[in-house]
Write a protein that binds this ligand. Structure first.
Ligand code: NAI
Ligand code: UGA
Length: 435
């Protein structure tokens, strides 16, 4: 996220020094090599690196004494107890404290629990005082709403820009910084610092709620012999509900929804509040990730031993190479446990998948990662679509029929028309649909 923000700020003419702790990645970036798959990022990184507006380094001592604006975007992952692990954040804050040479602004773009920005300020002021420095430090909470896979577009064309401030000076700075991203209409929304911190969690939790709610409806629809896709369209057309984030599926993954819902639960618990709705969202999601295995298991009457299952899509969503908390991993683990063999393919996440599975020391004969979607189908007893990449949407059903041993399709993202597949001779099962 920091890389995308830095590149987009530089693209608008700002000079940005990007500091990271991973030396190998920093060296790659200095040579204009993007260490992650993010559409549109390569070209703006390259342009701004060559224009001299973007520089990379690992040493905080490289920060110019003139620098007044510090933008923090380190990771704030889940700790074991469900709270946010702020280790990287405090390290970065301490590094920054050592480099402040005048009145400064500290902008926190990382997703942080409510109250963290205030703690950042206290910690910096304390450290400055120890150094005998008494500068004014203005804190800003500026959570981001970028989606992996469309982060550059999201940064350049945000729906809104949430800014928590404590002073008019900080308000003026942020208005100036975001002016180029707010030209069509005023997208800046100023509020208190704690309000901005909670807005970020509330937005992710609301989207996670929509998904878990639809997954609940889909499971009910199966019991009631209803097609959830009709229900989805029926409710989505109500402008108060809307069509986005109501696609039923095999559960949400990624680094953010699962983590942010848990952190919000944890924040409530710390203040003596039991967040029942959030617990239910999280529970439904964990259970939903098992639905694909349950469907296969039902299909093969509890005997999956020796069966070959093709898996289409490994990333937690299309357009990215990220396997973090992906439903595919839950499915594959359950299949291997049940004695099935897996042949898996993803258009972009294969390197990460090889890396992931090699660390699990699984017998090579049990999981085969193939280079083409149709290779995955060779002699397969079933195919499970887990991630709805575009090439999976309109496959060559005749080729599939030639390759597969058994014509069973489990569609984890409701990409196919049940009647068409039935007519083609497949046994089809989607999420929340009966045929
Ligand atoms: N990735 C995304 O699309 C979005 C992420 N966020 C939030 O932004 C934050 C960052 O997330 P990601 O970019 O995904 O994490 P990331 O792990 O990809 O990037 C964090 C970067 O911080 C660097 N770092 C760690 N400790 C450091 C230190 N002491 N000094 C300097 N650099 C240090 C790491 O080398 C790494 O490059 C999280 O709080 C996340 O919730 C918010 C919106 C979107
Ligand atoms: O906090 C973050 O950093 C980001 O988290 C999410 O972004 P992201 O995790 O990249 O992915 P999404 O595109 O929102 O998808 C998350 C998961 O929900 C699933 N999903 C999404 C929509 C839907 O209708 N159904 C559904 O199951 C996707 O398959 C995926 O597994 C938010 O959408 C961003 O606004 C936010 O900035």
């Amino acid at each position: 996220m920091g890389l995308v923000s830095a590149a987009c700020f530089a693209e608008m003419g700002n000079c940005v020094l990007c500091l990271g702790s991973d030396e190998i990645k920093i060296q790659q970036l200095q040579k204009s090599k993007t260490p992650l798959y993010e559409p549109g990022l390569d070209s703006i990184l390259n342009d701004n690196l060559h224009a001299g507006r973007l520089t990379f380094g690992c040493e905080f001592s490289k920060i110019s004494p003139q620098c007044q604006v510090f933008y923090i975007s380190v990771d704030t992952p889940s700790a074991r107890d469900g709270s946010a692990d702020l280790t990287e954040l405090w390290q970065a804050v301490d590094e920054i404290s050592g480099q402040i040479k005048q009145d400064s602004f500290i902008i926190t773009a990382s997703t942080v629990p409510v109250g963290t920005s205030e703690k950042i300020k206290s910690r910096i002021l304390e450290q400055l005082e120890k150094q005998g420095k008494f500068f004014n430090v203005d804190i800003v909470a500026n959570p981001q709403f970028l989606k992996e896979g469309s982060a550059v577009a999201d940064f350049n064309r945000p729906d809104r820009i949430i800014i928590g401030v404590e002073s008019d000076k900080a308000k003026r700075l942020m208005s100036e910084l975001y002016k180029p991203f707010s030209r069509s209409f005023d997208k800046l929304m100023f509020m208190g610092i704690r309000d901005a911190e909670l807005t970020k969690y509330a937005a992710n939790a609301m989207l996670a709620t929509k998904i878990s709610f639809m997954n609940e409806m889909a499971n009910l629809a199966e019991k009631l012999e209803v097609d959830i896709e009709h229900v989805r369209m029926g409710i989505g057309a109500d402008s108060r509900i809307g069509f986005s984030y109501i696609y039923p599926g095999c559960g949400y993954g990624g680094s953010f929804f699962p983590h942010d819902v848990k952190t919000l639960i944890n924040m409530g618990a710390e203040h003596g509040y039991q967040a029942n709705i959030l617990h239910a969202i999280d529970d439904r999601n964990e259970l939903q990730k098992h639905r694909l295995f349950e469907k296969l298991n039902d299909q093969f009457k509890g005997d999956l031993a020796g069966k070959t299952v093709a898996v289409w899509g490994l990333a937690f969503k299309p357009g990215i190479d990220d396997l973090c908390q992906a439903p595919s991993l839950v499915l594959i683990e359950a299949l291997l446990k049940a004695g099935a063999k897996v042949r898996a393919y993803d258009p972009v996440a294969m390197d990460n998948a090889r890396d992931y599975f090699s660390k699990l020391n699984i017998d090579d004969s049990l999981i085969t990662l193939v280079d083409h979607q149709y290779d995955a189908l060779k002699d397969a007893d079933a195919m499970v679509l887990v991630t709805e990449w575009k090439p999976f949407r309109q496959p060559d059903f005749n080729a599939m029929k030639r390759l597969m041993k058994n014509l069973v399709i489990i569609d984890g993202r409701n990409q196919y028309d049940p009647a068409t597949l039935k007519a083609e001779g497949f046994q089809y099962s989607g999420i929340g649909r009966t045929i």
